[in-house]
Ligand binder design. Structure first.
Ligand code: G6P
Length: 489
């Protein structure tokens, strides 16, 4: 078949995620240019090479007309991507509304939207309806491209309704679902009005994966307490049917970072940065501008550190890269103004005519600039209030082979479970503790830095995104689809 011709010997893997690894930006009626998307999921899966992988997802742009849709489908095909078209109203209700205003904050323990509770209650149902409609549209596209023997791997909180939709269309389809965010305690999940429908759909998958053992355990508790099912050491059992539930901690394509450091343009950026910040220690934060990242908490801790340590004021600089994200959601707009206000205050208080202690950038950097920045950093600060894994911490470690800088890492990031022994773990809500950790990190003796770095570097080098994906898909292959079981009996 043509499958074999495409990537001989490789299994076909359909990766279904809300966002494709590239987003389309419309230049004209029929022309688009493609930009690499940001976010943990994309950066992890780009490194996966052992499968004949197709991506199915939303192109991040509204294309109402057939001509535009055909043009974009063709452009994306070259990147092995298949677009799912969603109209503007659905995107607003499904993506801005249900996904990013309800599920995202809830799964990160920020609760359901607090403002105007009654309005929230009224819009909730229509947003959930749009969510289900969007998931049905995804399912139709997957079903159209599915060939027998493919494995279908659904990703993240946008697509919790998808396993059910897929099994309804073809019960022989092998379906995995992986969550890139935390799965919260069942007591949090049970506040969600659609708690039951979502859990019922997810357990239709053959394999359900999370970053950490705790998230997997929370999910199993939610199924036992809310659905009344039985939890087993392997997963969740519903009338004799087992859904396997397990932890699969993600990683990065560490070689890509390590090798990039040798490139002349990266070296040139490093030289520039070193000259620019000569005589000062460099501290770095890289985050999407998202409330879960604890950016205000981070810069308030930095302010406290400067307040209490006047001798450091002209010897340290914090570079905070805050990549804009989900700009149509009001909560994100409020966060941006809040952060800008604190940044202005700190620079007003501690800046001089020639230097400021805090550089805040509202944009992303290209890959080479980012690698250079990671490599020249003395102390990286990851202060997420909750974070599924946090791959920035992995990327920083991968680029630190010569500098052996210090990672200050929130204990509420999934990465704390894997990089905890090498990092300084902090509670980001405790500004005093974070400020003290900054001082400790800046003064840390070389032998301690070396030891901590080696621990983390070994981990990041061996637990890669490739290995993560291979493990998940091989376990998925090993599960027995119930329809197959019925045929055998
Ligand atoms: C997180 C989510 C991803 C998402 C990314 C970027 O990493 O787990 O699913 O793609 O954020 O957010 P966005 O809303 O721009 O896709």
């Amino acid at each position: 078949t043509n499958r074999q011709d495409e990537r001989p010997g490789k299994q076909r893997l359909l990766v279904v995620a809300n966002r494709l690894p590239v987003s389309a930006v419309r230049d004209g009626v029929e022309s688009y240019h493609l930009e690499i998307s940001v976010g943990g999921l994309v950066s992890a899966l780009l490194g996966v090479k052992e499968f004949d992988t197709r991506w199915i997802g939303w192109a991040g742009v509204n294309v109402p007309d057939e001509v535009g849709r055909r043009a974009l489908t063709k452009a994306l095909a070259e990147m092995r991507c298949i677009p799912v078209f969603l109209d503007e109203e659905i995107v607003n209700q499904y993506y801005n509304g249900y996904c990013n205003n309800i599920l995202w904050p809830l799964f990160h323990y920020l609760g359901l939207p607090q403002e105007d509770r009654l309005a929230t209650t009224r819009t909730f149902q229509s947003q959930f309806d749009a969510y289900k409609t969007a998931n049905q549209i995804f399912a139709d596209v997957v079903n159209m491209h599915y060939e027998e023997g493919d494995v279908v791997w659904c990703h993240d909180y946008h697509l919790m309704f998808l396993p059910k939709c897929l099994k309804e269309r073809n019960d022989k389809m092998k379906v995995g679902w992986f969550l890139h965010t935390p799965f919260p305690s069942s007591e949090i999940h049970r506040t969600l009005p659609s708690r039951t429908e979502l859990l019922r759909s997810v357990i239709e998958a053959d394999l359900v994966g999370f970053h950490t053992y705790d998230y997997a355990r929370h999910f199993v508790s939610a199924c036992t307490r809310i659905l009344g099912l039985e939890g087993t050491p392997d997963g969740v059992e519903d009338r004799g049917k087992l859904t396997r539930v397990a932890a699969f901690p993600i990683g990065i394509d560490s070689e890509r970072f390590i090798q990039a450091l040798e490139l002349p343009e990266v070296q040139a950026h490093m030289k520039e940065l070193k000259e620019r910040f000569a005589g000062r220690k460099v501290m770095l934060g890289v985050d999407r501008l998202d409330m879960i990242k604890g950016i205000p908490q981070k810069i308030l801790a930095f302010e406290k550190f400067l307040e209490e340590n006047s001798h450091w004021r002209d010897k340290v600089v914090l570079l905070q890269i805050a990549v804009p994200t989900r700009k149509d959601v009001p909560e994100y707009q409020r966060l941006a103004s809040q952060v800008h206000e604190i940044v202005g205050r700190i620079n007003g208080r501690f800046g001089t005519l020639t230097a400021v202690p805090l550089h805040h950038l509202d944009r992303s950097l290209d890959f080479h600039e980012l690698c250079a920045l990671y490599a020249v950093t003395d102390v990286a600060l990851v202060t997420s209030l909750r974070d599924g894994m946090n791959l920035v911490s992995y990327e920083f470690v991968a680029c630190q082979a010569s500098k052996k800088g210090v990672l200050i890492l929130s204990e509420f990031a999934g990465a704390a479970q894997s990089l905890g022994a090498g990092a300084i773990l902090v509670n980001p809500w405790n500004i005093t503790e974070v400020a003290a950790s900054i001082g400790y990190a800046l003064d840390m003796p070389a032998d301690e830095r070396e030891k901590r770095h080696q621990f983390n570097f070994r981990h990041v080098k061996t637990h890669t995104s490739q290995e993560w994906a291979a493990t998940f898909v091989s376990e998925l292959n090993d599960t027995i689809v119930e329809a197959q079981l019925r045929t055998r009996q």
